[in-house]
Structure formats: structure tokens, C-alpha cells
Design a protein around this ligand. Structure first.
Ligand SMILES: *Cc1c(COP(=O)(O)O)cnc(C)c1O
Length: 431
């Protein structure tokens, strides 16, 4: 594997970009971050011409893989030809809003922004503005982007800033509880119920090794929010239009949130975010209400066109059947390999998300609820995964995300042959 050009670029980038990268997760790849020249279907080709089967898939947005199908490409090209953006309204944002509202029953009104981080930050401001309360409940091991309210660690009794630069005052307003822990959630409400504006959670932990919800957990969130007058914010940035297909994870798991945040797939590979929910709550945003939210690039025409064409393509073709069945095959095949060669490891995932965790501590009586929360995943052998396993997979032509925690994604461009090649590589490396 020749990486000369990659090394030279990394050397240059260290002089102008912080840590050589624009998002810290990318620096996790050792000894150099990947520098991509182009995508080809399910593959990426780096600047040295090395070709990898890609399971990073943009960290989630690329449901259709790297080659835009013709209708998506035409929609994007046509929009670019008409001019990059206007700061004025277009029909595209109305159509994408209608598509989402048609497929996700909890969504009556939307606001488009430019990233998942923007969406969750605005959703929390909206919940605070609508309830007149300041505290939010979050899940330990959950991820909602880089924002002061969410960069909080610790537990309900001792929340603390999760990053330098986050004031204590923000941490004091955030209550972290373990995912899937109904008792901890009920305790938080008992102590602080009349101060809690919202519970924000992902339907499954999608940035912490993939932790699925136990039956009834989201019902409990709903019930407690109703009882105490708090809002239920469901962060579907990673699961939206991936898990549960066009009805999203809330359709699959039968969750009834007040507000939902979207991003990733909704922009078809371009920067996007969205907040959606009941009209009565959403209309607290400016201009109808008092909660400020604004953006030069909000509803960017290229992202709207790409998102809409991507979702329509998924609707008209058997995209979800394809990606889910390949992912199923990967999980089944991996489970067999693990049983033979690494019984101490666990295969996790659902729909087109999958991952092999370098840990396994299943309760004998309830193996189906493992992993149960973020700490189960954190217990993994992350160094071994990152320093030895991932590079060995890369040597065999398989590109995985740089760490143990990020999900892997199957795209519409992946094939059965790709799956077999992937399983061979896992077997080879783990044996
Ligand atoms: C990726 C992600 C975010 C952040 O979105 P960005 O577009 O990276 O800002 C928020 N929440 C979840 C669940 C995510 O997966």
C-alpha cells in the first residue's frame, strides 16, 4: 500500500489545518488520515490510488453510495446551474418539507438549517422557549453534535463540562442519565420535573457503538414528559430515513416525539439539518413565535434538491430492502465468525447499520438487551480496535471508521460480492 502522496498532504495540512483535519474524528486514522480523491459506488479511492470498500459512507449521509443515480445528479446539476443560492425561498424547500411531513406523522412543520448540530441546538432552544424552563435531560453516550448544552459529561448528580470552553452554567442545566434506564429517568423527573424543558435522545445510540432501545423505554420518556409538561425531542440525525426506512426510527419503534431533528440523509450528501414537529410547538420559532432561529444558508437549494431526489429515489426503488438485507447478511456472517474466533466480541446494529464491538458482557438471562447503554460500549478494547484491527482491515481493502464508536453503513451501491469480501476480511483478521 503506497501512501506517499497521503503522507505529503498530511504534512502540508498540519501547517495550515488544526491537527491536519477539519473534524477531529478523522485524525483517529493512523498513521495518516485518509485523503480521498474520489468515490466510486461503494468504494473510495485515495490520493495514492488505493481503492477501498467504504463503510464510513460520509458518517451516514450517503444512503445511495458515492455515485449519485441519474435523477439525483440531474436534480443537483440543474439546481447548481440555476445559481448556487438566493437567500430567498424556493419550491424545493416546500417539496422536501412536504415529503418529510407525508412520511413522518409526528412532523407537521419544519425548519431547515445546515447541520445536525444546528438542528439540535435550535430544538433545545425551542423547547426552552416553549416551556419557559432551562434544564434538559440527555443520555450518557448519546451524541447531538458540538453544542454547549450537549457537551456535558458525568451523571444526574454531578454533570460537568465535556469540553474545555463549555461554561459550568451550561453543564448545570443538563442532566445526563443512562440510556435505556427508566428508573434513572424517573428519578431525574422526580427531582427536577418542573425545571425540565425537554428530554433529548436518539432512538438508538448511533454514535456510541449502536445501542438499541429496550422495549418500552421511549414509552416511558413519552409518559414522563407528558406527566411533567416537558417536550420529547427525538434526534434522528443518524437514523432518519435509514432505520425504519421512510418512516424513520420513530416509525420502526413506534415513538411519538414532540420534536424531531434530522440531517445527514435528508441532504443527500450536502450540508443540511432540520427540526420538525407539531405545528403548535414549531410555531414558537420566529417569525410566528418568539424563539429566534435564522440562517443565510437555511433551505439551501442544492441540499434541498439533493435530499428530495435522494428520498424519492429511495421510495421508488428497493433501496431499504437492499441495504437492510446486505446488512443482515453482514451481521449474521459476523456473528458466525465471532462465535468461532472471537466469542468475547459482540455484533451490533440494525437495518443498514452494523459494527463489531471489542467487548461482550451480556447478562445471561437477557442477551437481547446487550449492549444496554453507553458504558457497555465504552468497556471495549478500543485501542486494539483502532491500532490493530482497523489497519488490518484497511490492508485488506476494507475502510472502517477510525474508532470503535462510529457506526458502519451499508449503501445502495454495496453488493453481495462486497459483503462476502468483507466477511472474508473479518475472518482473516480475527482468526
Ligand atoms: C451526526 C449527528 C449529529 C450532528 O450532526 P452534524 O451534521 O455533524 O452537526 C447530531 N446528532 C446525531 C444523532 C448525529 O448522528
Amino acid at each position: 500500500m503506497n501512501e506517499e502522496t497521503t503522507r505529503a498532504l498530511y504534512e502540508r495540512s498540519l501547517s495550515t489545518l488544526v491537527g491536519g483535519v477539519n473534524s477531529p474524528v478523522r485524525a483517529g486514522s493512523q498513521p495518516y488520515p485518509e485523503f480521498v480523491e474520489r468515490g466510486e459506488g461503494a468504494h473510495v479511492v485515495d490520493v495514492d490510488g488505493n481503492r477501498y470498500l467504504d463503510y464510513v459512507m460520509g458518517y451516514g449521509p450517503l444512503l445511495l453510495g458515492h455515485d449519485l443515480p441519474d435523477p439525483v445528479r440531474e436534480a443537483v446539476d440543474g439546481t447548481v446551474d440555476a445559481g448556487p443560492m438566493y437567500g430567498l425561498s424556493t419550491d424545493l424547500e416546500v417539496e422536501l418539507a412536504e415529503f418529510i411531513a407525508d412520511h413522518v406523522p409526528s412532523v407537521e412543520r419544519l425548519r431547515f438549517v445546515n447541520s445536525g448540530t444546528e438542528a439540535t441546538a435550535a430544538a433545545v432552544r425551542l423547547a426552552r422557549g416553549a416551556t419557559g424552563r432551562d434544564k434538559i435531560v440527555v443520555m450518557q453516550g448519546g451524541y447531538h453534535g458540538g453544542h454547549e448544552s450537549f457537551l456535558v459529561e458525568g451523571d444526574a448528580e454531578r454533570p460537568r463540562p465535556g469540553s474545555a470552553g463549555v461554561p459550568e452554567a451550561f453543564a448545570e442545566q443538563t442532566i445526563p442519565v443512562p440510556f435505556n434506564d427508566e428508573t434513572a429517568l424517573a428519578d431525574a423527573f422526580e427531582r427536577h420535573g418542573d425545571e425540565i424543558a425537554a428530554v433529548i435522545t436518539e432512538p438508538l445510540l448511533g454514535n456510541n457503538g449502536i445501542v438499541r432501545p429496550v422495549a418500552g423505554f421511549h414509552d416511558t420518556v413519552r409518559t414522563l414528559c407528558d406527566e411533567y409538561g416537558a417536550l420529547f425531542v427525538l434526534d434522528e440525525v443518524i437514523t432518519g430515513f435509514r432505520v425504519g426506512g421512510l418512516s424513520c426510527a420513530q416509525g420502526k419503534y413506534d415513538i411519538e416525539p414532540d420534536l424531531t431533528t434530522f440531517a445527514k440523509i435528508v441532504g443527500g450528501g450536502f450540508p443540511v439539518g432540520a427540526i420538525g414537529g407539531r405545528a403548535s410547538v414549531m410555531e414558537a420559532f420566529t417569525p410566528t413565535g418568539e424563539v429566534f432561529e435564522s440562517g443565510t444558508f437555511n433551505g439551501h437549494p442544492v441540499a434541498m434538491a439533493a435530499g428530495l431526489a435522494t428520498l424519492e429515489y429511495a421510495e421508488e426503488n428497493d433501496v431499504y430492502e437492499h441495504v437492510n438485507s446486505l446488512s443482515d447478511r453482514l451481521r449474521t456472517g459476523l456473528s458466525e465468525i465471532v462465535a468461532d474466533h472471537a466469542p468475547e466480541y459482540a455484533v451490533v446494529g440494525t437495518d443498514s447499520m452494523f459494527k463489531l464491538l471489542f467487548t461482550r458482557d451480556e447478562p445471561a438471562d437477557r442477551p437481547d438487551t446487550y449492549p444496554r447503554d453507553g458504558s457497555d460500549v465504552d468497556a471495549g478494547d478500543t485501542e486494539r480496535w483502532q491500532r490493530l484491527f482497523r489497519p488490518a482491515m484497511k490492508e485488506r481493502g476494507i475502510l472502517l471508521p477510525p474508532n470503535q464508536f462510529e457506526s458502519q453503513f451499508v449503501s445502495d451501491a454495496h453488493t453481495e460480492a462486497d459483503v462476502e469480501q468483507t466477511l472474508e476480511a473479518y475472518k482473516d483478521v480475527l482468526a
